[in-house]
Design a protein around this ligand. Sequence first.
Ligand SMILES: *Cc1c(COP(=O)(O)O)cnc(C)c1O
Length: 427
Amino acid sequence: MTGTVPTSSPRARAEIDLGALRGNVRALRAGLSPGAELMAVVKSDAYGHGMVPCARAALDAGARWLGTATPQEALALRAAGITAPILCWLWTPGDPWRAGVEAGLDMSVSGMWALREVTGAARAAGRTARVQLKADTGLGRNGCQPADWPELVAAARAAEAEGTVRVTGLWSHLARADEPGHPSVDAQLDVFHEMVAYAEKAGIEPEVRHIANSPATLTLPESHFDLVRTGIAVFGISPGPELGTSRELGLRPVMTLAASVALVKRVPEGHGVSYGHRYRTAADTTLGLIPLGYADGVPRHASGRGPVLVGGAVRRVAGRVAMDQFVVDLGTGPEADAVHEGAPAVLFGPGDHGEPTAADWAEAADTIAYEIVTRIGARVPRVYVNADADADRETAGGDAYVDGDTDRDAYGHGHGDLGEDGRGDAR
Ligand SMILES: *Cc1c(COP(=O)(O)O)cnc(C)c1O
């Protein structure tokens, strides 16, 4: 026992509902154009949800591909024993190109330098590399410009003839898919059709052509082609308020971020709260200390605004979010009196217990919900619930596992001192 440090803690947890994730994948697949398959994008630790468990759950629910940004992410999936096709799109000189070829990754190539790297790696490995050519159809970020496409396509064809490369995909990415009807979307689709036609005329026979991210998957069937690359929607979060709420889109948020109240105390009227005293109590009141801060990913920019469900009501962060903690003003009513140290505080979740959502935090922090979930730090343990895909056919899931032990869910269920509705108002 000596030397072991407990990894789970009652302080805070991000509960990850893999049953919800599987349900989202099924719902998204049901809406695809005929012939299209689904890639679950699990970059950046599955948007903060935990890469390997989420990748497995997505595959269980029918995702055929996985997508990552960095090769390290893709190689970690292979190291975990995942054999599904993986597209990896953010390569840099010096990256593990040869390991990528040997792991059978689909490696995205946006320019001549990358094609040279991949053909060199394929020769060294003595294996044909799987390559997907990325077109910049107007995003202006990664991808090959139309003017440079003929050179890249010709070089890829030459590498195919030599046996070092097989071009498995042609693909692109949209700039404004979250603004349905924006003319740039149709313009990008037109350019994509042209660039695909050019490559196919040159003899490339891709397994997959793809351009759709989550917003395009949800709103634009003509963008589905052979494959859609869905990230945020797999995690149950709407790509943006313009597209509707998760519920309106038939999705269920996967992550619930909760903490245990660390201190409850009475303070007099006019008391300053947290760094800079940006909040002052308007009357004698009760403060609750929430042991999560910007080091855990709670945005400091949501100081004074971020919503938290505690003691049966949604409160706002009082004053500044600090590195490890922030404060809420519980007031003086009976609901405040019911809050005690150890009571659950839920920052966001699916929303069906009255708790805020990641979308609410995005609004409070003037950002997007993608950033809210992705930034939740490594100090917050991920607790996986409903991990067993077979449980989807039963009425109640309920298996939980974590990197350590756990005896209650995000609402405190399992602790004897909490009420049935889990809001800690049993006393
Ligand atoms: C992140 C990413 C996606 C997924 O986008 P969502 O909006 O989360 O679905 C798809 N394609 C590329 C290239 C990406 O970088």
